[in-house]
Design a protein around this ligand. Structure first.
Ligand code: VAH
Length: 316
């Protein structure tokens, strides 16, 4: 990978991914793109930044040609809760953006990454240690987008030889850029409220277990997968990856080890609870471990320490 274009670069994953990739591959080799420019943002002011709405096929093509990219990291998409509130817009953006970027990858012979999600599984998928290869009948628009996206990326690999690779991400927790419109966002908000208010009201109910991962591990897994020997990949789109599985009570009790007075109550959001209930309690990342050496460095305890420390440094 020498010239890498990232879509959705100012999003929750993109923000940390671009910083890491600029550090590894050189600041002039990473083209950060986003639907809107945010003046003053470090990624906009330092390095190459372009405005790009991924539903504009011509603009996708124009920027990839202009910068002669050899790799596309396609992150721009609507997350599960936003998608469930706007299903047609989600289809247009999530699938329109994907086909536009895949087509340019085909024309320019680019390596290609886009994330899938545990949301690609549904109520009829095995709930615990969900296997890499199993039934995928999601009941959300986001899940439909992710399953269709996985199939489309595999198609572009088998039909056109595009080197497509993907990861089924769990909920991602980060302190740099808050997520927007996800179901697992509670696991980020809880840290901010614990520091600011010493209490949090969870919209996800107790006993609702979901896979989670700290953002540094997510960013490293994208880079490790993209650098992996293609001959070793039996799967491509997309690998199960996870670091931990917890419910709101689990993360609350870990936070309480550092903020003893922290309390939590519940005001369950029926829509996001229904989305969470349709997802696995835990997924099995064995294929990722065996095929390209996936590993996560942060467990719940280590992540909690780092999140609280970094958010306090930010002055939250
Ligand atoms: C969401 N954070 O909540 C995303 C993710 C597994 C969850 O796909 O929609």
């Amino acid at each position: 990978m020498k010239k890498i274009l990232v879509t959705g670069a100012l999003g929750q994953i993109g923000t940390e991914l671009v910083v890491k990739m600029r550090d590894i591959y050189g600041i002039d080799n990473i083209i950060a793109t986003n639907r809107s420019r945010r003046e003053g943002h470090e990624l906009v002011e330092n390095g190459i930044f372009e405005e790009l709405d991924v539903v504009d096929a011509n603009k996708v093509h124009e920027l990839c040609k202009k910068h002669n990219v050899d790799t596309i990291i396609h992150m721009a998409a609507l997350l599960s809760a936003t998608a469930e509130n706007n299903p047609l817009m989600a289809w247009n953006i999530n699938m329109g953006g994907l086909i536009n970027t895949l087509e340019v990858a085909r024309e320019m012979n680019c390596k290609f990454f886009t994330p899938s999600s545990i949301g690609a599984f549904g109520p009829s998928s095995p709930k615990d240690k969900t296997p890499q290869d199993t039934i995928q009948r999601p009941t959300t628009m986001y899940g439909v987008n992710k399953v269709a996206g996985e199939l489309l990326c595999d198609y572009y690999f088998h039909k056109f030889g595009v080197d497509t690779r993907g990861l089924r991400f769990p909920g991602l927790i980060s302190y740099t850029q808050a997520p927007g419109g996800g179901t697992t966002d509670y696991a980020v908000h809880i840290f901010y409220d614990a520091i600011k208010h010493k209490k949090y009201t969870s919209y996800i109910n107790k006993g609702t277990f979901m896979d989670m991962m700290y953002m540094p591990d997510a960013v490293n897994s994208i880079i490790d997968l993209m650098e992996a020997d293609p001959a070793k990949l039996k799967h491509r789109n997309a690998f199960n990856v996870t670091a931990m599985s917890f419910d709101p009570e689990g993360i609350a009790s870990e936070i309480r080890k550092h903020i003893p007075e922290f309390t939590m109550d519940y005001n369950v959001d029926p829509m996001r609870q229904a989305i969470a209930d349709s997802w696995p309690n835990s997924i099995d990342p064995t294929a990722a471990r065996e095929e390209w050496g996936f590993k996560a460095d942060y467990d719940l305890s280590k992540m909690t320490i780092d999140m609280l420390e970094k958010l306090k440094e930010k002055g939250i």
